[in-house]
Design a protein around this ligand. Structure first.
Ligand code: URP
Ligand code: ZN
Ligand code: ZN
Length: 465
């Protein structure tokens, strides 16, 4: 199939220009003015933006947690992602205790294969590290899993100690992968939680109050101390607060290669949401928790100035009814996580570009190009260029709408952004040359997404400042 996209305004990190784009099969094969070639399909993008498909580098689809699983699987989650203008995800494969990483990889392959309608890669979570697992890290790099997540929170379940983190970081120096860290002081948080419950403080707000910004910032300082000695790059996932950002800023200014992402919920929501009546605060229980509102502007500023390089969703959806309410009488039992895979691009476009906080090009960078570079899929993904995959989104920057769970495509019974008005939305979405969405309507496509064998981390190819 060939597609000719006419007269759109192409936006990449490097430039904005009016052009036609010609797609043959799965690839962009020509870009220029007045391309005059036959095409099976011609799309008029006049008055619209043409951007590289979004890349959400942090999702949890079909993820088990105790006796339940996230409400979105690879079918519903990736369809919703596409509606929001995202054409690639990197999901977290999660082994259970004693499981080989290879087995977790195969389990996640089976979850995604045939179901995902967009391309997908995996990070691998590491919850224990022995010699076999260290060796497995090498084998996984060879099959395209080039990043690993370690937790400094959730003692006895996921948490590893600093020695383990250091071992893993040193391993990445050998095999070219990247360690991603969930930086929260799990020991201190556990003490706080026990103390709160002893005092009968059981409502959702205590999720945030027992995980204050200092617990995140101190964990980040520990990471910085480790990498300061090793000089090996690391990536901090879901940065929520200025306290943490400040430490990252200082580290980056001193030449340490620390990369970091934040998430839309930290830019748009606040700790006040955890105080919503009728247990609705549970909808906003995720970790690290939402912070006081003033942190938001600081995080936007960090994005603008490249102290934060990426915005991912940490999409981890649990229904309010039947899942979040497991913690009705005890906030510590509320499944952590929130939905957002569908909303990332529009939220950042409206809150970022429309509100004048970031430029159009920076929007493309933090939602697509930077994650592609950091996670080893650039320039196949993350840009509009001849030879790149035809992951192209035609963006209607004028389209105003109200976010609501009544309208969204995520398989979850609430939206964290219910009632928020935004302008800008994906109009037509093309994933490796297949049109998934045209004029904001789904084209009855199922599956078709492919596993992405990612390249090792390349510091020079990444976002160095
Ligand atoms: O609360 C969250 N973020 N749940 C998802 C798991 C994680 O830590 O990323
Ligand atoms: Zn995490
Ligand atoms: Zn996560």
């Amino acid at each position: 199939m060939s597609i000719l996209i006419k007269n759109g305004k192409v936006v990449t990190v490097e430039k904005e220009y009016i052009a036609d784009i010609y797609i043959e099969k799965e690839t962009i094969s020509d870009i220029g003015l007045n391309i005059n070639k036959n095409a099976d399909k011609i799309i008029n993008a006049s008055g619209k933006l043409v951007i590289p498909g979004g890349i959400d580098a942090h999702t949890h689809l079909d993820m088990p947690l105790g006796n339940i699983s996230t409400s979105d699987d690879f079918e519903t989650g990736t369809k919703a992602a596409a509606f929001g203008g995202t054409t690639t995800i990197i999901d977290f494969a999660t082994p259970s205790k004693g499981m080989r990483l290879q087995e977790a990889f195969e389990i996640w392959q089976r979850k995604a294969e045939g179901k995902s309608c967009i391309d997908y890669g995996f990070h691998m979570i590491i919850i224990e590290l022995n010699n076999e697992i260290l060796a497995e890290m090498d084998s996984l790099v060879n099959v395209g899993i080039t990043s690993f997540k370690l937790f400094m929170a959730y003692p006895n379940v996921l948490m590893v100690d600093d020695q383990t983190i250091l071992k893993a970081i040193l391993k990445t120096a050998d095999n070219g992968s990247l360690i991603c860290l969930h930086a929260e002081d799990g020991i201190k948080i556990d003490e706080n939680v026990k103390d709160a419950l002893r005092k009968n403080k059981t409502s959702p707000i205590y999720h945030a109050l027992t995980r204050p910004p200092s617990t995140e910032a101190k964990a980040i300082s520990r990471v910085i101390n480790l990498v300061e000695k090793t000089k090996v790059p690391v990536y901090i996932v879901h940065v929520s607060s200025f306290d943490s950002l400040e430490r990252i800023m200082m580290a980056r200014d001193s030449g340490i290669h620390i990369f970091a992402e934040t998430c839309p919920h930290y830019l748009f929501l606040s700790i006040d949401d955890l105080n919503r009546p009728n247990f609705e605060g549970a909808k906003y229980v995720l970790s690290p928790p939402l912070r006081e509102k003033w942190h938001q502007e600081k995080l936007w500023d960090g994005l603008k100035r490249n102290y934060l390089q990426v915005v991912s969703t940490d999409h981890c959806s649990f229904n309010f009814k039947g899942q979040k309410d497991i913690g009705k009488n005890d906030f510590s039992k509320i499944p952590n996580g929130g939905p957002g895979i569908e909303n990332r691009m529009e939220l950042l476009f409206d809150g970022g570009v429309n509100q004048g906080r970031i430029s159009l090009r920076r929007w493309v960078e933090i939602t697509s190009t930077a994650p592609a570079k950091i996670f080893g899929i650039y320039p196949r993904k993350g840009t509009i260029a001849v030879g790149s995959d035809a992951d192209v989104v035609i963006w209607d920057s004028q389209y105003g709408h109200t976010i609501s769970s009544n309208l969204h495509h995520m398989a979850v019974d609430y939206s964290m952004y219910e009632g928020l008005n935004v302008t800008g939305c994906a109009d037509t979405v093309i994933s490796r040359g297949r049109i998934l969405i045209e004029n904001k309507r789904w084209l009855d496509i199922r599956g078709g997404g492919q596993y992405l064998k990612r390249q090792p981390f390349n510091l020079n190819g990444s976002i160095l400042v």
